[in-house]
Design a binder for this molecule. Structure first.
Ligand SMILES: [Zn+2]
Length: 56
């Protein structure tokens, strides 16, 4: 699994909103699952930080 956002822990309630932040800018996101959060972060990296994304 690729490197995901820092910080968020997986709550017991999977409907809880998780938040993630970019390591490289002020971008943040919210998602209802860790998988969705990681997906959004990967999409952000690919769009905004392609060099970082390519490094994984
Ligand atoms: Zn960013």
């Amino acid at each position: 699994m690729p490197t995901g956002p820092r910080g968020p822990t997986l709550p017991s309630d999977d409907r809880a909103t998780l938040t993630g932040a970019c390591e490289f800018c002020a971008w943040t996101t919210e998602a209802s699952s860790h998988a969705r959060l990681a997906r959004r972060y990967q999409d952000h990296l690919r769009a905004e930080h392609p060099k970082a994304w390519l490094r994984g």
